[in-house]
Design a protein around this ligand. Structure first.
Ligand SMILES: *Cc1c(COP(=O)(O)O)cnc(C)c1O
Length: 418
C-alpha cells in the first residue's frame, strides 16, 4: 500500500517477544500482532529452529508430482483439528490466494456436477477477504474497493450477521438466485477489517443450516480469526456439530514468520475433482505452493497447540485483557467495548479529524504500535499476555486516548452519551 503519508514509517531493527525495537533502540508493544499474523511473539526460538532446520534440508520443491514431509504433516495435523471433517488441504501463498482458491474450487465443483451456471457468490456487508481481483469482488470495504470497482465481478451482498434480520435476508437472496449461488463467504465471529464487528456463534450454526438447505457451499474465512484468536483453534470450533465446506487459514498459520495459506475442504469437494479428464481437475498453482520452509513453520505452530497448554492459556489471557480494560467502559467517549477471545475493540465517539492517525502517533510515544480502523480502537496482541502486561496495556491505551481526545473536545452532540 503506497500513499503520500504524513506519518513517517518506523524503522524496525528487531523483534523480541511482543516488542518491536527500532533503529534508535526505542521499543513498541506490537498490539495488533503485525497485522494479525504474529502468535507467540517475535523471534520465537521454536519457530526459528523449525525454519532453520527445514532451510538446511529442503528449502523448496514443486508440489506437482512431488510431495514432502512438512506439507503432509501439516495437512494431517489440520485434518485432525477438524475431527477429520475437513481432511483435504490445498496450499496457497497468502490470504487473498486462499480466497481465490475457495471461490474457484466451489464454482468448479458445481460445474463438475453439470451445473455450470451455479457460479454466483454471496458476501456479507463489511466483509473483507483480500485484495486481489477475485478476493476484492467479495470484499465490501470501500477504502480498498472503490478505485477498482470497475474491474470486479458483481457479487450479491447480504447484511452482516450482527445486523438485525441478516439470516432472513440471506435466505431471501438465496431464493432469488434460484440455484445459481455456488457459495457464501463469511468471516466467522469477527469481521476484522471493517472494524472488529462481532457476532455470536449461534448465528453460525443457523447460517450452516441455511446453506445446507439451499445447496450453497459455506466458506469460512478464518484467515484472521483462526489459529487461536477467538480462544479455540478455529473460530468455528465455537459451533457444535457441523463445519463449513471450506475453511481458509493464513496469517497466524506460520506464527507470523512466512507467507502461507491453506484451504481446507471436505471429501465431497475433493472427490468431485478426481478424474482422468484434465478439464475436471482443479488447475490452480503458485510457484511456491506448499513451500516446505513455510509448512515447517506451520507444523511448529500446530505442535505448540497440540503439545503445550496454549489452548488452556488463551481464555486466561482473554480474561486478563477483559478485566484490565473493564474500567474503559465507563469512559465518557468510549462505546461498544467488545471482546472475542484475545481480540478487544471499542469505538470512540466524536473522535475528531484524522483520529486513527493521531491515535497511532500518540500511541508510538507511549511505546505502543496500534492502528485504529477509523474511530475503532482494537487490540489483537500476541499470546504473551499476563496480568501485569494487560494492566500496562490498558493504562497506556487510556493515556493515549485522553491525550488524543484532549485535542478533540466532546461536542456533546453524540446520541450515545446524550
Ligand atoms: C488479511 C485477511 C485476508 C487477506 O490475507 P492477505 O494475506 O493479506 O492476502 C483475507 N481475509 C481476512 C479475513 C483477512 O483478515
Amino acid at each position: 500500500m503506497a500513499r503520500l503519508d504524513a506519518v513517517p514509517p518506523l524503522a524496525i531493527a528487531r523483534g523480541e517477544g511482543p516488542w518491536l525495537i527500532d533503529m534508535d533502540a526505542r521499543r513498541y508493544f506490537d498490539a495488533t500482532s503485525s497485522w494479525w499474523v504474529n502468535l507467540f511473539g517475535h523471534s520465537d526460538a521454536g519457530l526459528h529452529q523449525a525454519i532453520a532446520k527445514q532451510a538446511g534440508t529442503l528449502p523448496h520443491v514443486m508440489l506437482a508430482g512431488c510431495t514432502h514431509a512438512p506439507a503432509v504433516e501439516l495437512a494431517e495435523g489440520l485434518r485432525a483439528l477438524t475431527g477429520g471433517q475437513l481432511g483435504h488441504a490445498f496450499f496457497g501463498s497468502d490470504g487473498a490466494s486462499a480466497t481465490e482458491i475457495a471461490l474457484k474450487m466451489s464454482a468448479h465443483f458445481w460445474r463438475n456436477q453439470g451445473l455450470p451456471d451455479k457460479c454466483e457468490f454471496i458476501a456479507l456487508a463489511g466483509g473483507y477477504h483480500g485484495e486481489t481481483l477475485g478476493a476484492l469482488s467479495v470484499t465490501d470495504v470501500p477504502v480498498f474497493r472503490d478505485a477498482y470497482a470497475p474491474l470486479l465481478r458483481a457479487t450479491h451482498l447480504a447484511p452482516a450477521l450482527h445486523e438485525q434480520g441478516a439470516l432472513e435476508a440471506i435466505e431471501a437472496l438465496m431464493q432469488q438466485l434460484d440455484g445459481r449461488c455456488a457459495a457464501l463467504i463469511v468471516e466467522p465471529l469477527i469481521q476484522g477489517a471493517s472494524g472488529m464487528r462481532m457476532h455470536g456463534p449461534e448465528l453460525l450454526a443457523d447460517l450452516r443450516a441455511l446453506c445446507t438447505r439451499h445447496g450453497v457451499h459455506l466458506i469460512a474465512d478464518e484467515i484472521a480469526v483462526g489459529c487461536g484468536r477467538t480462544g479455540r483453534f478455529f473460530a468455528w470450533d465455537h459451533v457444535e456439530g457441523q463445519r463449513p465446506d471450506f475453511v481458509l487459514l493464513s496469517k497466524g498459520i506460520t506464527g507470523g514468520t512466512l507467507p502461507l495459506s491453506v484451504v481446507l475442504t471436505t471429501d465431497a469437494v475433493f472427490n468431485a475433482f478426481l478424474s482422468p479428464e484434465v478439464a475436471r481437475g482443479f488447475l490452480h498453482s503458485h510457484s511456491y505452493t506448499g513451500n516446505p520452509i513455510a509448512c515447517a513453520a506451520a507444523c511448529e505452530v500446530l505442535r505448540r497447540f497440540r503439545e503445550t497448554d496454549l489452548l488452556q492459556q488463551l481464555p486466561v489471557q482473554a480474561e486478563h485483557l477483559r478485566s484490565a480494560f473493564l474500567p474503559l467502559a465507563a469512559h465518557p467517549r468510549v462505546t461498544g467495548l467488545r471482546q472475542t477471545g484475545t481480540v478487544l475493540a471499542f469505538d470512540v465517539s466524536n473522535p475528531g479529524e484524522r483520529f486513527a492517525e493521531r491515535f497511532h502517533l500518540a500511541a508510538r510515544r507511549h511505546e505502543l504500535l496500534i492502528r485504529p480502523i477509523g474511530a475503532t480502537v482494537y487490540l489483537m496482541p500476541p499470546y504473551l499476555l499476563n496480568e501485569a502486561l494487560a494492566g500496562w496495556l490498558a493504562r497506556q491505551v487510556q493515556a493515549v486516548l485522553d491525550e488524543v481526545l484532549a485535542q478533540a473536545p466532546n461536542t456533546g452532540a453524540d446520541p450515545a452519551h446524550a
